[in-house]
Design a protein around this ligand. Structure first.
Ligand code: GLC
Ligand code: GLC
Length: 939
């Protein structure tokens, strides 16, 4: 079977060896504010915080060919005209064979290290996707080009370190062109409002000389950075993107070559590429020279042109920095003071040592590095157009030496060493280990950062952060950087309404709820309990519950976070339908089961169409199960708060002197438990279909997901949630439902969402039946909900079954990469199901709740290492063939080395536990006492 790459676990990399992957296989750069998506050929884009409102570079989704546009390098090697030493002249064809294989007088060889966009056949190619970095290496005719792409920590810029190495025995003269295309900030209007866009584009070009100009100084701390009077960094050539800067924007972007001199540049796309060429053959590259174009409207780009000579064996590094900066309103523009050149004005003629480029008459380089138009300002007229570049200069100076770049890269790698050292497993199964120790955790960080906003399937212009999505994502991430999870919980809760309902999504930049979609998704509130409890169990930080959090971000409406949890719980209790099951509202977890929608208009979106919930009888068994599961967490939390003196004290503080916090929490726990018990009874009575749990009741009160239905007889969500919640465990319901999942939903590639698939449109069910059979929510293998059933299997103590389901959707077990199509190192949202035309074909990779859920599943339910309010609970549910494994787990200030032994080949059940050599009770949590501990568990 054809493979396109392999795992390099030691370096925590996936190595792609064939650039023509079945789909672009991407990676993510950055993990805090500045982000990039990068494919294995260098495609993709960058943005700051919000992929819609602050798109920095342009990208065209669904282009032909696929994945066109990105950060590109073109390398051009001229064929020598005369036969070099050792070369021969072929008399029959006037061509001269150079030793490198280039043909004399023939067209130059033009190639790209990532194969694309030139697609010149390479002599070697390799792409290594690592933890927030990507290294792409290509070679051609004895020259190797290797580019390392990453975003340094706490930096609003992507750094690209290009290393050119001459591996041949002869001198190489190369021409290097960099390339990136600017997006006009708003990624949505950038692709539609051309009547405006094609007139607004503006750039600045800055070229600082290599030697210190008169009045300039040399910064001794960074040997290569010479401060020119304007603050520009010596030697750097920087192209600034400043569209709309003179009006309401206070941000700009830049692309700098920081450590070498560029001999030219381009900033206008048409001048560089040509109207009838494309990314693969830009006319400037074809001609072997830049046009030094200055963009005015149309499409601004940034390209550097560098001439490089390499002796045999020689290697040279070129550092490019693609950054973003924001200026305070009063400091937006260059001021006269900072512009004052040595004599108070910049010379009009080319300064000594500098040249005037005749082809670009407007770019006259002053010693300060000011260019063309900028000179006007330099001369004193304060027109409000020239960017104050202080911030860019600082970043450019910081990354102007290879040493500094390497150190920043090292820092990034160390951060990942730290993040990935909190939970590691050694099981003897390399697939399991690589998922747990590397890729599953990495994907959890990515889903935490991006929710469902920006991938090669999510265009970045649609959804922002989802209420339910983000709560689920943080459960997979909380052990990595708890403080960021804490802030996220507060941000999410701030979009709630006083009745416990909430906005379904919010924009990351503004943190405000998104009015286009609004609220009314009745599962949403429960997820806040799920996320918050996971945070507290990880950190022991109960103080988060005392945080004052507003409703709908309105100042003055603040109540404690605990109160937000209470109203979340009650939102379900207050919205019950005719069977006393939870009303579904617009939709529950399955956005496509639209029971109150009734849409016949193809021009409306199922997501935002009118909500006809008024008078509806539509109820959800998925929410019922979710309510029981998260409700139990809420009860457990209340009981814990009742026991804790700080919990009681906080209650007293919030409710006045004399109030008895402990009693109040216990009362609340009892009340909540009563609601849960009632729900359990209702599910048993009205939610059981004989062999599995029903899925829902529709608007009219008819069953959905029942053997009585013509199609869609069984659904996975209610099986997952009701088995996880253990509803009817004692009556055999859980086992039966799990068996039905195997019988009706399972196939070679995982469990499908529903069965049989819908073959026609059902207006009373909405979008689910809009999809062709086997795809997406209509009987696709929606990976997100497979782990729910797997956890259900562990509730039923069926370790072998849990394991089998786990390995079916786990990337490390993918057999046929060509069929699977998307990245073999991360989960995808959906794999085409058994009813599809091509079962097993994956789609929507990266941004899926599958990452967090599988992390939870494998670490807490299969390996069974579970944080509790007091410490760790150990409860493995594993395949009987797994005889032992070791887990290293950092929890708060405690560090555990846990050895689990399974001498009798059991699937679950612990016989004994020793902590630091002493026997401890099996069903008590191991306290997270600061320091190192060893734990031995015998099953
Ligand atoms: C997508 C959405 C998620 C939803 C799921 C099922 O993954 O991000 O919110 O629950 O689809 O429709
Ligand atoms: C579509 C998708 C679903 C997703 C929803 C979010 O309905 O099928 O997976 O959750 O859009 O808007």
């Amino acid at each position: 079977m054809k493979t396109f790459g392999y795992f390099d676990d030691k370096n925590r990399e996936y190595v792609i060896t064939d650039p023509a992957t079945p789909f672009p296989w991407i990676n993510y750069l950055g993990n805090e504010d500045f982000f990039g998506l990068i494919s294995n050929t260098g495609g993709g884009y960058d943005f700051y915080k919000d992929a819609k409102f602050r798109r920095i570079t342009r990208y065209r989704y669904n282009g032909v060919p696929m994945d066109a546009g990105g950060r590109y390098f073109y390398i051009r090697e001229e064929a020598p005209l005369s036969p070099p030493e050792g070369g021969t002249i072929d008399p029959s064809a006037k061509t001269i064979e150079a030793p490198s294989g280039a043909v004399g007088g023939a067209p130059a060889c033009i190639w790209s290290p990532g194969w694309k966009p030139c697609k010149t056949a390479l002599d070697s190619y390799e792409c290594r996707h690592g933890m927030n970095y990507t290294r792409i290496t290509g070679s051609k005719n004895g020259v190797e080009a290797s580019v390392l792409f990453f975003v340094p920590l706490k930096t609003w810029a992507e750094v690209q370190k290009l290393t050119l190495t001459n591996k041949s025995g002869e001198t190489k003269r190369l021409k290097l062109f960099s390339f990136t295309e600017w997006c006009l900030w708003n990624a949505a209007t950038d692709m539609e409002n051309f009547q405006r866009n094609w007139s607004t584009g503006e750039v600045e070009i800055e070229k600082a000389p290599l030697s210190p100009p008169e009045g300039g100084t040399i910064d001794p701390s960074a040997s290569k950075t010479i401060e020119a009077p304007s603050g520009a960094v010596g030697g750097a050539t920087t192209i600034y993107h400043k569209t709309e800067y003179k009006e309401r924007r206070n941000h700009y972007a830049y692309y700098a070559l920081t450590n070498a001199e560029a001999q030219g540049f381009d900033t206008d796309r048409e001048s560089f590429i040509g109207l009838y060429s494309d990314f693969s053959n830009p006319q400037c590259v074809m001609a072997g020279k830049p046009s030094n174009s200055v963009a005015h409207g149309w499409s601004p780009i940034a390209s550097h042109y560098v001439e490089v000579e390499l002796q045999p064996g020689e290697s040279k590094d070129f550092i490019f920095v693609l950054g973003y900066a924001e200026n305070e309103q009063e400091k937006k523009f260059e001021t006269q003071a900072s512009l004052s050149s040595p004599e108070g004005k910049a010379p009009l003629s080319s300064p000594e040592g500098d040249t005037i480029d005749p082809s670009a008459s407007k770019t006259i380089e002053a010693p300060s590095g000011a260019v063309g138009g900028a000179l006007l300002t330099s001369l004193g007229s304060l027109d409000r157009t020239i960017i104050n570049k202080e911030k860019a200069h600082a970043v450019i100076a910081r990354f102007s030496t290879v040493e500094a770049v390497d150190a920043a890269f090292e820092e990034l790698c160390q951060m990942w060493d730290g993040l990935l050292s909190k939970f590691t497993v050694e099981s003897g199964n390399e697939r399991l280990d690589r998922m747990v120790n590397i890729w599953n955790q990495y994907q959890c960080m990515i889903t935490f950062c991006f929710s469902r906003s920006a991938s090669f399937f999510e265009s970045g212009v649609g959804r922002g952060m989802g209420f339910r999505d983000s709560n689920q994502d943080l459960v997979g991430f909380v052990h990595q950087i708890p403080s960021r999870a804490r802030q996220r919980i507060i941000d999410i809760a701030s979009t709630q309404f006083p009745d416990g309902g909430c906005y379904h999504q919010y924009q990351p930049l503004t943190k405000r709820g998104n009015n286009d979609i609004g609220g009314g998704f009745n599962d949403d509130p429960c997820w806040l309990i799920f996320g918050t409890v996971a945070y507290i169990k990880e950190t022991g930080d109960f103080s988060i519950l005392d945080e004052m959090v507003p409703f709908d971000n309105q100042p003055g409406t603040e109540v404690t976070l605990f109160e937000h949890l209470r109203i979340s719980f009650d939102h379900v209790v207050n919205n019950l339908g005719p069977h006393a099951l939870p009303l579904i509202g617009r939709a529950d977890w399955n956005d496509c089961l639209n029971l109150n929608c009734f849409s016949w208009d193809p021009n409306e979106s199922f997501q935002t169409t009118e909500n006809n919930s008024e008078g509806s009888k539509a109820e959800s068994l998925m929410i019922a199960g979710l309510f029981v599961l998260t409700g139990k967490q809420y009860v457990e939390l209340c009981r814990e708060l009742g026991k804790r003196s700080d919990g009681a004290a906080a209650y007293a503080k919030a409710n006045g002197e004399g109030s008895d916090g402990a009693a109040a929490y216990t009362e609340e726990a009892d009340r909540a438990q009563g609601c849960i018990d009632a729900m359990v009874e209702v599910v048993k009575k009205h939610g059981w279909d004989g062999e599995w749990y029903l899925r829902a009741y529709d608007f009219y009160g008819n069953k959905i997901g029942s053997k009585e239905c013509e199609e869609g007889k069984i659904f996975i969500e209610s099986q997952g949630f009701c088995t996880m919640a253990g509803i009817g465990l004692e009556d055999g319901m859980v086992d039966k439902a799990l068996d039905s999942c195997k019988k009706y939903l399972d196939c070679e590639h995982g469990m499908v969402l529903n069965n049989p698939a819908f073959t026609r449109y059902y207006v009373e069910m909405g979008e689910i039946s809009s999809y062709p059979a086997g795809y997406k929510e209509n009987a696709g293998i929606f990976c997100h909900n497979n782990p729910w059933v797997i956890i259900g299997e562990t509730v039923a103590r069926r370790g072998n079954d849990a394991w089998e389901h786990y390995t079916k959707i786990c990337p490390a077990w993918i057999k046929d990469q060509q069929l699977h199509k998307v990245e073999p190192y991360v989960y995808c949202q959906m794999v085409a199901g058994k009813d599809a035309a091509k079962p097993g074909e994956g789609k929507n990779s990266w941004l899926t709740g599958t990452a967090a859920w599988n992390w939870l599943t494998v670490t807490q339910y299969i390996l069974g290492i579970r944080p509790t309010f007091d410490g760790l609970e150990i409860d493995p549910c594993i395949p009987s063939t797994l005889t032992e494994y070791k887990v290293h787990r950092v929890l708060r200030d405690a560090e555990f080395e846990i050895m689990v032994k399974n001498p009798d080949g059991k699937e679950s059940g612990v016989t004994s536990i020793t902590l630091d050599g002493k026997t401890v009770e099996r069903d008590r949590a191991i306290p997270a006492t600061p320091g190192k501990h060893t734990v031995e568990v015998i099953m």
